[in-house]
Design a protein around this ligand. Structure first.
Ligand SMILES: Nc1ncnc2c1ncn2[C@@H]1O[C@H](COP(=O)(O)OP(=O)(O)O)[C@@H](O)[C@H]1O
Ligand SMILES: [Mg+2]
Length: 363
C-alpha cells in the first residue's frame, strides 16, 4: 500500500516553463491550445493590450525599442530571472539564431526556426527561388528587375501567349506589392474591387518613378492556392496540414505529395518549429512553390481545426517527450471557417469616440 505524504511534503515536480515572445496576434491561438498541457506557459509583448498577453496565464512586458543583440541579451536575462527553460521567439528570431549556444549554456532551449543566414535566405524571394530545388516542387518562370529598363527586358523575356505576368517585391509579406499585370485597364474588375490588378501602362509609369527595391516579375499561376502549415523538429517533419483557400472558408485536404514536399523542406533548411509554405496550381493543376515562411502563418487556426496541436507537438519534441510513433492523425476533408471575436480592452474616452466618425461609419 502506498502512503500519501501530506501535501506540503510531496515533492513538487515543476512544469517546464515556456515563453512565447512578441509575435503576431495568431500566436494567441497557440497559447490557448496549450491549456492543460504539461507546461507553464508565459508570454511577453511590448503592448500591454496585445492578445498574446490576454491568452497566457503568465506574462511580462518587453521594453520598447530594443533590437538585435541588445534585445537578445535582455531576453536571456529575463528568462534566467524567471526560470524559463524553453523560448519560442517571434521578435528578432533571425538574429537570435546566433544566440542558441549562449541560451543553452544558461539551460534554456531557444527554439529558432533555423540559423540566421538560412532565415534571411528564405525571406529574400529572389535568392530563395534561384537556389530552390525544383525536384521538390516546380516554380513559375520568373526574373528580377530594379529599373524601368530591366522591367522592359523582363516583359520581353517572359512574354508568352495566354500567360499573364505579375510583379511582387523580393521582400514583402501579406501580398504587399503583388499585382497581376493587365494589357489594358479593366473597368469591370476595378468596380468589383479587385485590388491585385494593374495595367502594364500604370506599372511602367510607377517603375519609372525612382529607385526600386529588387522586384520579381513572374508568370501568373491561375489555379488553386494552398497554404501548408507544418511543425518540425531539427529538420524532421512532425506534421503538415494542407489547406486550400477558397472564397468561402478553406478546405483541409489529403495531399501526400505536398506532405512529402513539406518533409523535404524541413530537411533541406533544417527547420525547427512551426513554419508554412504556399503553393499555387498552374492550369494543369500542378502545384508550384511560391514561398516558405519560417514562422507560423496567419491562418494557423484553420489547420489546428484538423486536430493538430502544433505548439504542443513542438514542445514535446523539444523536451524529448514526443512519441514519434503515435502522432495524431490529420483530419482531412473538412471545410473550415474562422470567426472574428471582440475583446474589451477597457473603457473608452467618450470625447474621443465622437470624433471617430470614419470608423463608426465603416463599423
Ligand atoms: N506567380 C504567382 N501567380 C499567381 N499568384 C501569385 C504569384 N505570386 C504571388 N501570388 C499571389 O500573391 C500572394 C502573395 O505572394 P507571396 O509569394 O506569398 O508573398 P508574401 O505573402 O510574402 O507577400 C500569394 O498568396 C498569391 O495569392
Ligand atoms: Mg505569402
Amino acid at each position: 500500500m502506498t502512503t500519501l505524504l501530506p501535501t506540503t511534503e510531496r515533492p513538487i515536480t515543476a512544469l517546464p516553463k515556456v515563453l512565447f515572445t512578441k509575435n503576431f496576434s495568431v500566436t494567441s491561438a497557440q497559447l490557448a491550445a496549450l491549456e492543460g498541457a504539461p507546461y507553464e506557459v508565459w508570454a511577453s509583448h511590448t503592448d500591454p493590450d496585445h492578445g498574446m498577453l490576454a491568452a497566457a496565464p503568465h506574462t511580462f512586458l518587453e521594453p520598447r525599442g530594443l533590437l538585435g543583440d541588445d534585445y537578445a541579451a535582455w531576453l536571456l536575462s529575463a528568462c534566467t530571472e524567471r526560470g524559463i527553460t524553453l523560448v519560442i521567439p517571434g521578435k528578432e528570431r533571425e538574429r537570435l539564431g546566433h544566440w542558441r549556444p549562449a541560451f543553452a549554456e544558461a539551460g534554456i532551449a531557444l527554439i529558432v526556426p533555423t540559423d540566421e543566414a538560412t532565415q534571411r535566405h528564405l525571406e529574400r524571394k529572389d535568392e530563395f527561388l534561384r537556389a530552390w530545388d525544383a525536384s521538390i516542387l516546380p516554380i513559375p518562370q520568373w526574373t528580377t528587375f530594379d529599373t524601368s529598363a530591366s522591367f522592359e527586358d523582363g516583359l520581353k523575356a517572359l512574354n508568352t501567349d495566354g500567360v499573364r505576368l505579375c510583379v511582387k517585391p523580393a521582400r514583402g509579406i501579406y501580398a504587399s506589392g503583388f499585382r497581376v499585370l493587365m494589357e489594358r485597364p479593366d473597368l469591370d474588375s476595378f468596380l468589383k474591387g479587385e485590388l491585385y490588378q494593374m495595367s502594364v501602362a500604370a506599372a511602367r509609369e510607377m517603375f519609372a518613378g525612382g529607385a526600386l527595391p529588387t522586384m520579381l516579375l513572374m508568370h501568373t499561376l491561375e489555379g488553386a492556392e494552398r497554404s501548408i502549415d507544418c511543425v518540425a523538429w531539427q529538420g524532421r517533419l512532425i506534421r503538415a496540414v494542407v489547406r486550400r483557400k477558397g472564397e468561402q472558408g478553406q478546405r483541409l485536404e489529403d495531399r501526400p505529395d505536398l506532405v512529402a514536399a513539406a518533409e523535404k523542406i524541413a530537411h533541406t533548411y533544417h527547420l525547427s518549429g512551426i513554419f508554412n509554405f504556399q503553393t499555387k496550381d498552374d492550369n494543369s493543376r500542378v502545384p508550384h512553390m511560391l514561398e516558405i515562411n519560417a514562422r507560423a502563418s496567419g491562418g494557423l487556426r484553420y489547420s489546428m481545426a484538423g486536430g493538430i496541436n502544433f505548439p504542443r507537438l513542438l514542445l514535446d519534441a523539444a523536451t524529448g517527450t514526443l512519441d514519434w510513433a503515435a502522432l495524431p492523425p490529420v483530419r482531412t476533408g473538412l471545410s473550415v471557417a474562422e470567426d472574428k471575436v471582440v475583446r474589451v480592452l477597457g473603457t473608452a474616452d467618450l470625447a474621443e469616440a465622437e470624433q471617430g466618425e470614419p470608423e463608426a461609419a465603416a463599423g
